[in-house]
Design a protein. Structure first.
Length: 577
């Protein structure tokens, strides 16, 4: 027996409605139940009352045009059916606009036949169901990306998002804001003596106590390990102390774990917005220093941010001044990390990674200075130096024959500011021409955090780079920013799965399933998949079995200088050639 499909036909022209109904009934009289409406308002009333499998929507209606109705349906709870636009306008631009607004098909009224309509209804319904399933999967991935899987609390990324709103609200005059960083004392002993499962049980019980101790308006997050953050809004300093002491009292009440009673204390660092910091990152730094002061003072107590952070900020200021001189002083270095072909375990390419040889602090990773570089906009000059240095190195390797005949790709990270520079295209073309390097030798890595504020402005530049033969890859895929919009707008051919997902292999079954979903999603789009942070043979085997194309991580090699890379990888490559 064929399932009955409920259709809603919205068209102000009675003759057109009759033609559509007749065509459908003649083709499959027993398949359709059709409700007719002459205006957009009538149609929306019907949609609010009952479910439909598909909606046949005229583009021109007396009270609204079809696009307005389409937007209404796709922007609220009425989004529950496939939509087929009907029009007498043979206009490709209009059809494309309808698809962009969420229609599944676009038919010309003059070409309506029973067979064509039936096929359109069937296919549109299938497309709609697929789109809904994909959206649900993406929503779930985004939720998982900002949620701690053990406690259900917001994770670090979730905290950053919540803090943006909380700080903005405080700025509008809705009271003060304090950040409390809570670290459990001697938590490692629980893991070491009772096992990680009991440690996880303890974290869940601590979460429940924190939930019942703070106010509904406060924000509770787990930063990872045994660290929690509470963000207090609409308060003064005294209230922050009162709540911190209440948390200390509640957490040190005995907890029963594995049939034994344990007393768990905590150390809390408190940072106040605008008194010691003006943004989330600096508030966390302040609270972290205050928390360690609490631990040094004997644990099981709270401390406000004090002079200790001032010293740290002075050091940061010194670092900023040193950074301004670093480029002219030739203190930057390029390190290279191998990328291995998962199928044959041969060298497939490498990622170029920046290091700073600081005159007094030694070799520094980008984590130590990139934020400062972005604050001073020096990141643009540093980024240009990186592109030129990597191209110079590629040229040298070609000249010496170390790259052999095998096509090797070198990936370079682009910062958010670089992506926004209109001269980026000309700059890269000039360097490629200067060193006579084929564009296919370069892969430019972008992160979605670099694109989140403005999706469309860098699209043309990156598209032209791709047209030149340069590969584009999306780094940190799956960590919270990922969206279909980015994959649609940018000519991305490589997706790099973030190391946080690879680290779950063998440790977290749910994490493994999420990793597999990310890989399958990327492969379904025809993209090459790179697994970052591969540190064990088990992780390499798992990623290979699930279809990853490239593997990168300490299991194969740490980032190393060019000379060492030549000895470990390129000399062997040349010998094989």
């Amino acid at each position: 027996m064929v399932d009955l499909l409920r259709l809603l036909l919205i068209d102000d022209d009675e003759l057109d409605r009759r033609i559509v109904v007749r065509a459908l009934k003649q083709h499959h009289a027993d398949r359709y139940e059709i409700i007719e409406c002459a205006t957009a308002s009538e149609g929306l009333e019907q949609i609010a009352k009952q479910q439909f499998d598909a909606i046949l929507l005229d583009y021109r209606l007396p009270d609204k045009n079809g696009l307005e109705v389409l937007r209404s349906l796709r922007s609220n709870q009425l989004d529950a059916a496939a939509i087929i636009m009907l029009s007498r306008q043979d206009d490709d631009a209009l059809a494309e606009h309808c698809f962009e607004e969420g229609a599944q098909d676009f038919l010309l009224k003059d070409e309506v036949t029973g067979r064509r309509l039936s096929r359109a209804v069937k296919h549109s319904r299938q497309r709609y169901l697929i789109e809904r399933a994909l959206k649900a999967s993406l929503d779930q991935l985004q939720h998982l990306a900002i949620t701690d899987p053990l406690t259900g609390l917001a994770n670090r990324r979730g905290l950053e998002i919540a803090m943006e709103h909380a700080i903005a609200r405080s700025r509008r005059g809705h009271g003060g804001l304090a950040l409390l960083l809570i670290d459990l004392d001697n938590f490692k002993e629980v893991n070491d003596t009772m096992g990680h499962a009991v440690g996880d049980e303890l974290l869940v019980k601590i979460t429940l106590r924190l939930r019942t101790t703070i106010r509904d308006s406060d924000i509770l997050c787990r930063m990872g390990g045994d660290e929690f953050v509470v963000v207090l809004t609409e308060l003064n300093h005294q209230q922050a102390i009162v709540l911190a002491e209440r948390i200390l009292h509640e957490l040190q009440r005995p907890i029963y774990l594995d049939d034994s009673e344990k007393v768990i204390t905590s150390s809390i660092g408190i940072a106040i917005l605008d008194h010691c910091a003006t943004n989330t990152a600096d508030l966390l730094k302040c609270a972290d220093i205050a928390m360690y002061q609490a631990k040094k003072a004997g644990r099981n107590q709270c401390q406000f941010f004090s002079q200790g952070l001032q010293d740290a900020l002075l050091l940061q200021t010194s670092m900023r001044q040193d950074l301004l001189k670093a480029l002219d002083a030739n203190q930057f270095r390029m390190y290279y990390q191998a990328q291995i072909n998962a199928e044959n375990s041969c060298l497939s390419g490498m990622e170029a990674l920046l290091r700073w040889q600081h005159p007094t602090r030694g070799l520094l990773s980008p984590v130590s200075f990139l934020a400062l570089a972005e604050e001073t906009t020096l990141i643009i000059d540093i980024g240009s130096w990186v592109i030129r240095e990597v191209c110079r190195q590629i040229h040298q390797w070609h000249q010496t024959g170390l790259l052999g005949s095998t096509p090797i790709t070198i990936a370079i990270n682009l910062s958010a500011m670089q992506v926004q520079q209109p001269e980026l295209l000309a700059e890269i073309k000039n360097v490629l021409d200067e060193y006579n390097i084929p564009p296919a030798s370069l892969e430019l890595e972008i992160t979605e955090s670099a694109l989140i504020d403005d999706v469309h402005s860098p699209a043309s530049v990156l598209s032209e780079l791709a047209e030149c033969g340069i590969k584009l890859s999306l780094d940190d895929f799956g960590t919270g920013y990922s969206s279909m919009e980015h994959l649609k707008v940018f000519p991305i051919t490589v997706l790099k799965i973030d190391r946080s997902f690879v680290s779950t292999i063998g440790e977290d079954a749910k994490g493994e399933r999420l990793l597999i979903a990310l890989i399958n999603f990327a492969k379904s789009l025809g993209m090459k998949v790179v697994a970052e942070g591969v540190e064990t043979n088990a992780q390499a085997i798992f990623c290979t079995a699930q279809g990853c194309d490239i593997l990168q991580g300490y299991h194969y090699a740490k980032p190393i200088p060019a000379e060492q890379f030549e000895q470990l990888f390129l000399s062997r490559l040349m010998a094989n050639s």
